[in-house]
Design a protein around this ligand. Structure first.
Ligand SMILES: C[S@@+](CC[C@H](N)C(=O)[O-])C[C@H]1O[C@@H](n2cnc3c(N)ncnc32)[C@H](O)[C@@H]1O
Length: 414
């Protein structure tokens, strides 16, 4: 039955359990079953099958809302630069934030556009997300400490005022953004007609498997004007190349220009033009009846995803990027993970792998040593460090580590 829920989530919003980890789905399921006072998964599945609003609640519970103002600052500089180049009198620059989560991204876009000298009439921002809870928070627009990260926070003094429970962006910012419930895989009515000049689709593709990433890129491309700019997340920057995008060559912006046809054939149709629905894909043959109507924006409150899960998602992104051979990007990701989540044996081990793959031997050794300092029994770090020491001619050091590894393996029976 758990498999059926996983499949439903994948078919509906693209969430790939293999990528995010089953614990994220289990956590959301538990939360919803408690809220519905249902003890058996079977009974909850029956409810899901006939209740669009419960499916929406499960989606709200399972998505990762993680976001903050001016996340990856260079992306906003790329946006204003591109907007300046595309500016034409009487044609507002059309911007889309998809997914917008709780609003920090589209509001940052508005602040950056004003800072670059654009007036309120010169641009429009549409903001779309599949979570009704996140959209409700975006429209409420009251932000706490977690939404303001990093060292460059001077925008806070210029664009925010105190409100009950936190800080609220000024009306000039809030008025620039139109929010809409929508699913990237079933976009039916955006606030404005496509194409857009610039699309932010950041930190969403990482939750999909490869076929779904391709399908998402096809959708995004169909929404973006030729020559338009697509911004993705740091761990997603290998994907646009496969779909006729070229790098905008702006370091750390993860920005791509829509230049040519996609190289990946996909049988999936681009977004359809029909009335707005949050979007549920059709049931696969043999599947149980599915909710088909639009879930309504509800007053759902959800706590933040627990730190261990956020950490795991971030670590998985570093690992995937390193495994894909994108060494420089993996290193960047590992370093931002360190800044955000602090030191851990896992992140030092992954950083070691990235340095190792880039032939930066002494940095790799240092990173593996740090992993072992925090977790002396980290078997992979021991093995890799032993190999490196041997390569360096430090045979005694290598053998000491191999001996330690052997004893650990013997004790744990591995
Ligand atoms: C990690 S946040 C990213 C927010 C922002 N773009 C950023 O980078 O800070 C991911 C968001 O994707 C939304 N989401 C997940 N699946 C989606 C889908 N199929 N269509 C639209 N939004 C989706 C979630 O609700 C969540 O708010």
């Amino acid at each position: 039955m758990f498999g059926a829920v996983e499949k439903l989530l994948k078919e509906t919003i693209g969430l790939d359990t293999g990528t995010v980890g089953a614990s994220v789905v289990r956590h959301a399921l538990r939360e919803r079953m408690v809220a519905c006072r249902i003890g058996e998964l079977e009974a909850y599945w029956e409810l899901l099958a006939c209740s669009p609003s419960e499916l929406q609640e499960l989606i709200n519970a399972v998505v990762v809302p993680e976001t903050w103002f001016f996340r990856d600052r260079e992306a906003f500089a790329a946006m204003t630069r591109h907007s300046t180049a595309r500016k034409r009198p009487g044609h507002p620059i059309m911007l889309l934030s998809l997914p917008c989560s709780t609003g920090e991204e589209p509001y940052s876009m508005a602040m950056a556009m004003f800072d670059a000298g654009f007036g309120a009439q010169d641009f429009k921002i549409d903001a779309v997300d599949v979570s009704t809870a996140n959209l409700a928070a975006a429209e409420r627009a009251v932000y706490g400490r977690n939404s303001f990260r990093g060292g460059f926070l001077e925008f806070r003094e210029r664009y925010f005022h105190a409100a009950e429970g936190g800080l609220r962006p000024d009306l000039s910012i809030v008025n620039q953004v139109q929010f809409r419930l929508g699913n990237l895989f079933d976009l039916v009515a955006l606030p404005s007609p496509a194409p857009y000049d610039i699309i932010f689709c950041r930190n969403l593709l990482i939750y999909f498997n490869r076929p779904l990433q391709d399908r998402a890129l096809v959708c995004l491309k169909s929404l973006l004007a030729p020559g338009g700019l697509l911004l993705v997340g740091p761990a997603e920057s290998g994907l646009p190349f496969l779909h006729g995008f070229v790098s905008a060559r702006l370091p750390m912006a993860f920005a791509f220009i829509n230049e040519g046809p996609s190289q990946i054939a996909t049988p999936i149709a681009p977004p359809k033009a029909r009335p707005p629905v949050a979007g549920l894909v059709q049931a696969s043959p043999g599947a149980k009846a599915r909710p088909t109507t639009r879930p309504v924006i509800g007053k759902v409150e959800r706590g933040p995803i627990p730190l261990p899960e956020r950490t795991a998602t971030s670590l998985a992104a570093v690992e995937r990027t390193a495994n894909a051979g994108r060494v420089a990007e993996a290193k960047e990701l590992a370093l931002s993970h360190l800044t955000e989540f602090g030191p851990s044996p896992e992140i030092f081990y992954l950083l070691g792998l990235a340095h190792d793959a880039a032939d930066a031997r002494s940095e790799a050794i240092q990173s593996y040593r740090k992993a072992l300092y925090l977790e002396p029994r980290h078997q992979e770090a021991l093995a890799h460090l032993a190999l490196l020491l041997r390569k360096q001619g430090d045979i005694a050091g290598a053998e000491a580590l191999t001996g330690r590894l052997g004893r650990i393996e013997k004790r744990s029976g591995t």
